[in-house]
Design a protein around this ligand. Sequence first.
Ligand code: UD1
Ligand code: CA
Length: 453
Amino acid sequence: MTQPITCIILAAGKGTRMKSQTHKVLHKVAGRSLLGHVLAGVEPLTPAQTVVVVGAGRDQVEAAIAGSAGVTTALQEPQYGTGHAVLAAKLEVETSVGITLILYGDVPFVPTDIMAQMTATAAQQGGPVILGFDADNPGAYGRLVLGADAMLERIVEAKDASTDELAITLCNSGIMAAPTEQLFSLLDAVGNNNAAGEYYLTDIVAIARTRRLSVNVVQADEVDVMGVNSRADLAVAEKVFQQQRRQEMMDGGVTLQAPDTVFFQADTTVGPDVVIEQNVVFGPGVSIESGAIIRAFSHLEGCHVESGASVGPYARLRPGAQIGANAKVGNFVEVKNARLAAGAKASHLSYIGDADVGQNANIGAGTITCNYDGYFKYRTVIGSGAFIGSNTSLIAPVTIGENAITGAGSAIAKDVEAGALGITRAPQSTKAGWASRFMAMMSAKKAAKKKSA
Ligand code: UD1
Ligand code: CA
């Protein structure tokens, strides 16, 4: 029987270095908050309960997690350190059975398999498990001090460390797991007699050793435990996320012609055999089915592209765009809240907003749906097989029947029935010889003017 998991996510720190009105853990990487990344990482472990420890800015965090099942907050005010923060969560923790996993709201990328390894080890060994990493630049991190038996003896904070201890590069990520009941018992023994005058969560290691409990270290790569404390860190986190996601996309069978120029969101889904050309940006809420091609310099958000469809180059798909199988959205075409059914084509220079375009309909270059009168939005419906002549203005609400045609340059404000031609062009008149006479007259005028000058 696997034991229930309780997650405690520390997020009471002020985050002053962000210089922001927004709570630190609500800053976004790839469209998802730092806290959202932590919660997404934890989700596959199906925790019985998740408690987010908050201080200032509590309302913002509560609003952000509203609707996430099993996630609550605990208030830590004032903040007397990480040990004090975990004790603040204790009041909210509903079960003393099982394992507690402690995470930081500003450490977004801890891999789920590492979390699982930690909780499993804590359950098997019946003691705390610390997530350590070998730091390039150990700086202010707590150091993991190993004993003669190569077991973890204690964690020393940089502020309290001796010169020898500061030379240790094996550092504390802050992420920890321990049997729940044991964790709170150990924390009760933690004091604040240290350089910061704080209650250090890390002190439970030395206390566990005096109680002859086994304390284990699981090791992560430094990028997996990177924290975000500033805007510069946020930019690094974005870069790390993008690199990882591009690799995952390619591993999943997506062709990226220039991976470094394609930007995904945390929720972007792309099927196998999709080709993504250079400089493509995905906003939130995009899904692309297998075999579609997204050509260079396209921007997509809130849209769905079915298999075999072709989008771009230079296309813009806005929220509510649904591009059917094998449909085509060409260069400088914007689609918003509109469905193009299978095989429909809008190849050049169009705005298709609030519209339904039927199967295999062809939208001529420069066609615009006039969907807005300055007050309300209206729909345009185009039947299957219809042929919309170039530069048609479709003044919504308007319906073009199946296999109907509109004349190029028409402003269509009335419905066109199936099979009919809708045309609003003024009749053309052609004046024989007029252009030749005009050109001769004007050239003579110009020559005369030059001579007199
Ligand atoms: C802590 C660890 C240190 C580790 C480092 C990794 C302790 C004593 N030290 O350092 O060994 O190398 O993390 O980054 O645990 N927080 C609260 N309430 C508090 C204090 C902190 O919720 O009273 C939260 C912060 O919001 C943050 C996290 O805990 O998410 C870590 O706090 P921070 O001050 O950055 O860590 P340190 O104590 O410096
Ligand atoms: Ca600190």
